[in-house]
Design a protein around this ligand. Structure first.
Ligand code: ACO
Length: 429
């Protein structure tokens, strides 16, 4: 393979360097293209565009491979804790015992919210979507920690990272308690990251909360599976915002908002709404599979298909096993879960889905598990955000630490009117 590509434009031919990633992916470096030819490239939705070099996560959508810092997702989901994985993504290696203890201690010490911040929750109506609260609260955190506003303050960045990972979980639980009209439950230093989350979500002062260790394990696994996915929409948003040297809180608040969309993290919520709709309509899954195949219906099977995976999503395989485990624990069978499994089977045997390689994605099963755990539907994307946070931070840090980083500023192909004169109001026809 040559290390140069040639591009002919008009009568000019230019040489472009060909880059090879550590897993053999090829990229054509066009950074000098405009300077040398005056032309730009057009790549709607960045389907063919690498926006950066990155050493964090490798995924091969054709082969169904996902690795964080080179370690297969299957091994991490089986053996690691979410806190270890967060460290791995952000700092580039699995923590030694001393590093893990220091990082865990940082998370423990920073889990509480400033008491003034608790009052912010009072201003929201009980019907607020928790994603709106989550993004606003994360942006608000920057007002309590002004030292974090400078991205040049490296020591502060490490504390900010700890604060964010720890407090996002507390904010998420408070937004849930607010929606339920229940008192906020403070974090408990004696509990692990995931157990602390469950305690803040589900315990109430009137009774003792019995921690289910199986649920703690499944939650740990779910968060690990969501922790990074290279240059997805929300991570690219974090990088885009961060490239202006916006602080970590601001960049992550923007990432949360990008995640909210139904074609991204919002899909897990949409999956449950779709299942409820199918159930309300009599539970005929075949009817909805047919509907999804009709382009003019505007209906898609939520939780199926993926921009990158054109094979079974490796995360979906792991999560499906976890879903089976959690749903078996339920006292009564859930009719929506039964519809989900029938829908999965119908779609996986239908040639439309098979030919287009539309497999269930991670959101299809995560929604099922969260429901079985008692987490309400509108909190599903919040759960995704808690999981994805280490990835956002790792990418933001990788970018900030890179001395060659520039503010991101894409070009466009202008298709509007050419120059025309201003027409005074009285003369406009
Ligand atoms: N239901 C029915 N048909 C679908 C679906 C679906 N869920 N997804 C894709 N298709 C069809 C498209 O209509 C298209 O058909 P065509 O080739 O005949 O025109 C073909 O499959 C390719 O689809 P695209 O939209 O071009 O694929 P793209 O990569 O742009 O979209 C996406 C990926 C957005 C995830 C899409 O599959 C989708 O909308 N899925 C449902 C939403 C969802 O589950 N999102 C979560 C993604 S995972 C995540 O963010 C963590």
């Amino acid at each position: 393979m040559s290390d140069r590509a040639q591009l002919k434009i008009g009568d000019k031919t230019i040489d472009l360097p060909v880059l090879v990633g550590s897993e053999g992916e090829l990229g054509i470096d066009i950074s000098k293209l405009r300077a040398e030819t005056g032309a730009v490239t057009l790549d709607p939705a960045f389907v063919n565009t690498a926006s950066t070099r990155s050493a964090i996560t490798f995924l091969d959508g054709e082969k169904g491979i996902l690795r964080y810092r080179g370690i297969p997702i299957e091994q991490l989901a089986e053996n690691a804790t979410f806190v270890e994985v967060a460290y791995l993504l952000i700092y580039g290696h699995l923590p030694k015992q001393t590093e893990l203890s220091a990082f865990s201690e940082l998370l423990t010490r920073h889990s509480m919210l400033h008491e003034d911040m608790k009052r912010f929750f009072d201003g929201y109506p009980g019907t607020s979507h928790p994603m709106a609260i989550l993004s606003a609260m994360v942006a608000s955190l920057s007002s309590f920690y002004p030292a974090a506003l400078s991205v040049k303050n490296k020591q502060e960045i490490d504390i900010t990272i700890g604060r964010l990972i720890s407090k996002l979980r507390t904010i998420a639980c408070y937004s849930y308690k607010k929606s339920m009209g229940q008192p906020f439950v403070y974090p408990k230093n004696s509990l692990s990251y995931c157990a602390n989350f469950l305690n803040m979500m589900f315990s109430i002062p009137a009774e003792t909360y019995e921690m289910d260790e199986d649920l703690v394990k499944v939650l740990n696994q779910l968060l690990i599976l969501h922790a990074d996915h290279e240059q997805n929409c929300s991570t690219s948003t974090v990088r885009m915002v961060g490239s202006s040297q916006a602080n970590l809180f601001a960049s992550v608040a923007a990432g949360i908002l990008a995640l909210w969309g139904p074609l991204h993290g919002g899909a897990n919520e949409e999956v449950l709404e779709m299942l409820q709709g199918i159930s309300d309509d009599g539970g005929d899954v075949k009817k909805y599979v047919e509907l999804a195949k009709k382009k003019d219906s505007g209906f898609r099977l939520m939780g199926f298909g993926h921009r990158v995976y054109k094979n079974y999503d490796p995360r979906a395989k792991i999560i499906k096993r976890a879903a089976d485990k959690v749903t078996k624990k339920m006292k009564e069978p859930d009719p929506l879960l039964e519809i989900a499994y029938r829908l999965e089977e119908a779609a996986l045997t239908d040639s439309y889905f098979v030919d287009r390689k539309l497999y269930p994605n991670v959101d299809f099963y995560s929604g099922i598990i969260y429901r079985a755990m008692g987490i309400p539907t509108n909190m599903f994307t919040v759960m995704f955000a808690i999981g994805r946070l280490p990835g956002w931070i790792a990418h933001w840090k990788e970018m900030v630490d890179d001395p060659t980083t520039k503010i991101m500023r894409p070009r466009q192909i202008y298709t509007g009117p050419t120059e025309q004169p201003f027409v005074p109001l009285a003369k406009r026809g």
